[in-house]
Design a protein. Sequence first.
Length: 276
Amino acid sequence: MKKRSIFGNTWMLLCAIYLVLPLLLTVIYSVTSDWTSSLPRGFTLKYYSEIFANGQFWMSILRGIVISIIPVIITCVFIILALYTTVVYQPKLEKYIEMLCMVPYTINGVLLATSVLATYAGSPTIFSNRIVMLVCIYCIGCLPVTFRGIRNNMYAVNVRQLIEAAEILGASKLYAFIKVVVPCMVSGIMVSVLMCMATIFGDFAIIKIIASAQYETAQSYLYNARNMPIQGTSAVVTILFIVTLALTLSVLFVQMRDKTKKAAVPVVEAVDDAKE
């Protein structure tokens, strides 16, 4: 057992070094003026100052955030309303909605983007707009993660009992769901939202196919930055990595806070029982 444990820890350490070392070297390279020999020479923040002063870069970041938020909000509203309908009125429909939401797992994003572009490009409908195409494609891609996250959280808070209790006090089903159930699900919804946002923000292939020339996001900016000096490209990579890491850490923070609250509930209840 000890040999297996040592082997496993060694393997994980090697994998961590393999993944972290390129990022570390990229960060170091972004703050050096020259690295033609074995060691870097000259500390400089010149490339960061140039990027921060570039309005095009900040616009690409803003576009990336906007195109990440809109599909996630639309998908969350759709999933919440669909689950409300199934849980309260038609429980038998849940398995069919789950099957529908899991379909995107079987569809390659590049194939979906190519198909949508070939179908709607040049058509007289609103779907010919490249931004609308992006929103629709990302809404489809967000369905599995959003559905599972919100559904699991909905069952964790015991929706039916909460609605029944609110109805006893005179509230309608919809009012009870909006005012009682949804606030209890905020942390689960936030986790799903942040996970989908991080995925969409880091996407390049779909943006490149659909709207790279018309709607430059952060990943498109990074692709175009290949013509910059290597230190400048490294600085862009570092900044985008920090943004994506911040989104990921936000997910972990929300999850940890939710677990802490759930763990504290039994303790509070035990204290209340002891006082009584």
